[in-house]
Write a protein that binds this ligand. Structure first.
Ligand SMILES: Cc1cc2nc3c(=O)[nH]c(=O)nc-3n(C[C@H](O)[C@H](O)[C@H](O)COP(=O)(O)O)c2cc1C
Length: 181
């Protein structure tokens, strides 16, 4: 069976993006799920001098096998001032040093990007940026989905029929691409 690695890009304990990610995972079938959360990834702030003196952080000994063994990725990412949270950008900076342009982190494998926020645009400004940048690290973006006005639209852990259908469609794009790979 193929494996999808989920990445929760928020480091907040009560993350609404993690809630949306959990909802999405409950509606994925026919693949194994592995998980990585920025809550568990504590990396030093990237600095070329630090890399030269101390090398790659030891945490990548467990993170790299998770990335390499996955057949596809589902990333849930908050938006901070129109961009990804700084900690996730830092993670991506380290990733670009662990991997290379010849062998990029996401290996040409399919990826679905999702986000939500209390505001109407649901983090879609950042999603568009991620969709443009993550292919630099080998992501094959097959779909993205954003949910606006989280506290109104995600009532008691449920989505409206219309939002559920849009998310299911995005998930289907991911699982179809993963199973075809
Ligand atoms: C520093 C900061 C900047 C933010 N900027 C945005 C933004 O640009 N767009 C947006 O929709 N929400 C923004 N928010 C609100 C976040 O969407 C909200 O805090 C959300 O809960 C973050 O996701 P999380 O709970 O998964 O960590 C910002 C929040 C913080 C703390």
């Amino acid at each position: 069976m193929k494996t999808i690695l989920t990445i929760s890009a928020s480091n907040r304990a009560e993350s609404i993006n993690a809630e949306l990610l959990n909802y999405a995972v409950k509606h994925i079938s026919g693949v194994e799920i592995s998980a990585l959360s920025m809550q568990d990834v504590k990396l030093p702030f990237y600095n070329q001098d630090l890399e030269a003196s101390d090398g790659i952080p030891a945490q990548f000994e467990s993170i790299k096998p998770l990335l390499d063994s996955a057949d596809g990725y589902l990333i849930a990412c908050p938006e901070h001032n129109g961009l990804m949270p700084a900690e996730f950008k830092n993670f991506l900076d380290w990733l670009s040093r662990v991997y290379s342009s010849e062998k990029p982190a996401f290996g040409g494998k399919p990826m679905l990007l999702i986000s939500t926020s209390p505001g109407e645009n649901g983090g879609s400004t950042n999603l568009a940026t991620l969709a443009r940048l993550l292919p630099w690290q080998g992501a094959n973006i097959v779909a993205n989905y954003s949910l606006g006005s989280f506290y109104q639209t995600f009532q008691q852990g449920k989505l409206s029929e219309q939002e559920h259908a849009a998310l299911s469609n995005a998930i289907n794009n991911l699982t179809t691409a993963v199973n075809a790979g």
